[in-house]
Design a protein. Structure first.
Length: 246
């Protein structure tokens, strides 16, 4: 186990699973199209780990980024088909859909206006910010999404070190749902992200939780997170919306 896990408060009851949320709605398990799983074998390893942890439906969300991952509906649906064939071959039964994690770059607004978004469930749109600075045009773009009937979800707000809890709350006040990475609570992304994640939970600001699964270390942390009191609270006594996507 990773060294940063050692000193944390944890439950010895390891029976808790993610079955109460059922749906993992942010992951990079589609093969070969972003920085997540690189082939169907890697996808299957991660999916098995998610199923062992109690997930019964996966919504895969590859990056769409103008600079690095120029994914389209075609590339994403193509990777989904390849993965589904591999799942059949391995006799793994899991509900799996594809959407995207849209990067808030200069192409995001065009995608919105040209109806090129990859939608989760009933009109949810998952997007992420740069880790360096917030986009200056966040407010009008979020308003445009809402005007078009979309429900924006800001991915892992606890990971943007330039945002404090009050600033994150502002995005929620503007109409965004907030999606926390469960593994932030283990310290995987550092102390600041962990503390912000805890404060978001304490302030009742979390709408969705997810794995943001890219590789086996994330799978280990996702499992380990089940031993943390904050994750226990999220899974047993918190109004999360994941189940609405079932
Ligand atoms: Fe992600």
């Amino acid at each position: 186990m990773f060294s940063f896990f050692k000193k944390k408060e944890r439950y010895t009851d390891t029976n808790l699973t993610y079955s109460s949320i059922a749906v993992d709605m942010h992951s990079h398990v589609l093969p070969g199209i972003d920085d997540g799983a690189q082939n169907p074998q890697e996808s299957i390893y991660l999916i098995r780990k998610m199923m062992e942890a109690g997930i019964t439906k996966i919504i895969a969300t590859p990056h769409i980024m103008a600079d690095y991952y120029k994914n389209t509906a075609e590339s994403i649906n193509g990777a989904l088909s390849i993965l589904k064939e591999a799942l059949v071959e391995e006799q793994i039964e899991i509900e799996i859909e594809a959407a995207a994690e849209h990067y808030f770059d200069e192409t995001f607004e065009d995608r919105i206006n040209n109806h090129k978004l990859m939608i989760i469930g009933e009109n949810y749109v998952l997007f992420e910010f740069s880790f360096i600075s917030p986009p200056p045009n966040a407010f009008p773009v979020i308003q445009r999404l809402i005007q078009l009937g979309h429900k924006p979800i800001l991915a892992h707000p606890e990971r943007y070190s330039y945002l404090d809890v009050d600033q994150i709350r502002t995005y929620r006040d503007w109409g965004c749902c907030l999606q926390l990475n469960t593994i932030s609570l283990t310290g995987y992304y550092g102390k600041t992200a962990q503390k912000t994640a805890e404060a978001l939970i304490d302030n009742q600001l979390v709408d969705f939780i997810s794995s943001d699964m890219h590789h086996p270390k994330h799978a280990d942390a996702f499992k380990y997170a089940l031993r943390l009191p904050y994750v226990h609270r999220l899974l047993t006594d918190y109004p999360l919306k994941n189940i609405l996507l079932k």
